[in-house]
Design a protein around this ligand. Structure first.
Ligand code: DC
Length: 458
């Protein structure tokens, strides 16, 4: 399995590094950490308190004392992450024009930099992080396994920033932005401490003329290479899908799709949330026999699946699970080999489908998610795609054959990442269960109220 690494992304203002870093982190299941937000936070608090911006003593004290918390974006309003200063949501306050105009001066102060660099290094050293800034590859994380320096011409960057601000309803002139960027470039590159420049071992990417997707694709490719060569140097074995299994899947998936479409009214929402490339885990609710074949038949690419070991001996069903090439699991037991198999699937960049509740519930209500699933997810560190399926039941086929055309509704939610499991012993066990419950709450958010069981949607 590829090992989590630290990734440094540096570049000038408006080069697109924050957007790239956030998308890359989401893709890899890593933490996205925007160091610029920390300099902005210190600047904002200083401005609000009327601190003289040349008073390095007071600014250093501020940098050490204020609590700056960066969390995954909680809203879809253009933010890449949530920024809290002493518990107050300051995500947009730190992006004001006044902060823009003063942050370069504050970030040029050596003792402010030292205070914030220490905090950033502590986060970076844990790994599994994409850190964006100006000096990450050169100063904050000089040992980062991958360093990207993202650049674009000032004109291109000014064009992008202009469009971004217009979208937020702010209407500055293009020339104003271009001049502002040039001024900030001069300060950021010319300062004595940690000036903006690519690290010697950084991969330089110029984003002029490239779409966000193209830049992301390149970065994902680089990250995968470095992950694979991290640690013992053994590249993971490719995951091999036997020919018979491939033939079964490509023959039966379209047939199942057709049969479901004829017999039921299948409604699918949230297709746009399905990641374009793997690896990721699909976590779904499990009521009856029908959710796994439904999902496998309608998913846009063949996903690997897990099935209870007992199913491999059940007449009828065994043909399907064996034919599809599902991975057998003994429910409720810890089986190292199965975990290895699942990690292998993900290491080969393939999607993996799992029902965190274990077996079927026979009733609509969600049941508690297994902590073991959170263990696997913690080991894998890939995004989780929550899926809620409503309308299925043990007698779905009977209802369908009576000509009722029951409605089956599949809702696919946005991929999310789980917080890392830390601590030891009992603490770890509790953290695993908390993560399993978090997954269930994401699934609950995709289901109607009567399906949610004990879980409040996230
Ligand atoms: O990336 P940004 O525009 O949000 O950064 C705000 C300011 O902080 C910018 O002028 C440069 C500075 N900065 C820095 O000096 N070092 C970092 N690692 C990140 C940002």
């Amino acid at each position: 399995m590829s090992k989590p690494i630290a990734i440094a992304i540096d570049g000038p203002a408006a080069s697109g590094k924050s957007t790239l870093a956030q998308a890359l982190a989401e893709q890899l299941g890593y933490l996205y950490f925007d160091t610029g937000a920390m300099y902005r936070a210190v600047t904002l608090v200083a401005l609000n308190r009327g601190v003289n911006l040349e008073d390095e003593d007071t600014l250093e004290k501020l940098a050490r004392e204020i609590d700056i918390d960066l969390k995954p974006a909680s809203k879809k309003d253009g933010r890449l992450s949530d920024v809290f200063i002493d518990g107050v949501d300051s995500t947009f306050a730190i992006r004001s024009k006044e902060v823009d105009n003063n942050v370069s001066a504050v970030s040029a102060l050596p003792r402010v930099r030292k205070a914030l660099t220490e905090k950033q290094r502590a986060v970076g050293e844990r790994g599994a992080v994409v850190m964006a800034g100006r000096d990450i590859g050169t100063v904050v994380l000089p040992d980062a396994k991958l360093k990207i320096y993202l650049d674009a011409t000032p004109e291109e960057r000014a064009r992008r920033r202009h469009a971004e601000l217009l979208e937020r309803g702010i209407t500055p002139s293009y020339e104003q932005i271009l001049n502002g960027l040039r001024e900030r470039d001069k300060i950021d590159s010319g300062r004595a401490v940690a000036p903006l420049r690519p690290a010697e071992d950084a991969v330089c990417l110029k984003s002029d003329g490239l779409s966000r997707e193209q830049v992301l694709e390149k970065a994902v490719e680089l990250a995968r290479e470095r992950q694979d060569s991290n640690g013992d140097g053994n590249a993971p074995k490719p995951y091999h899908v036997p020919f018979g299994v491939r033939l079964f899947r490509s023959t039966f998936a379209p047939l199942f799709r057709l049969a479901f479409r004829i017999l039921c009214r299948v409604k699918i929402d949230g297709r746009e949330n399905i990641p374009k490339v793997g690896p990721y885990i699909v976590a779904y609710n499990h009521i009856s026999l029908f959710e796994p074949p439904l999902l496998l038949a309608f998913w846009p690419m063949f996903a690997e699946a897990v099935a209870g070991a007992d199913v491999f001996d059940r007449p009828g069903q065994k043909i399907l699970v064996r034919g599809y090439g599902a991975i057998p699991v003994h429910r409720g037991e810890y089986d190292r080999r199965v975990i290895q198999d699942m990690l292998k699937v993900l290491a080969a960049n393939r999607p993996l489908m799992i029902a965190p509740e274990g077996g079927r519930g026979h009733k609509p209500g969600l049941r508690q998610g297994f902590a073991g699933v959170a263990y696997l997810m913690d080991r894998a560190r890939v995004p989780v795609v929550p899926v809620g399926i409503a309308g299925t039941s043990d007698d779905l086929l009977k209802r369908a054959l009576r000509g009722q055309r029951p409605e089956v509704h599949i809702r696919i939610g946005r991929p999310f990442n789980l917080p890392p499991i830390e601590g030891s012993g009992e603490q770890r066990r509790a953290a695993r269960q908390a993560n399993a419950d978090l997954v269930m709450r994401h699934i609950a958010a995709q289901l109607p109220e009567e399906y949610r069981g004990p879980y409040k949607p996230i």
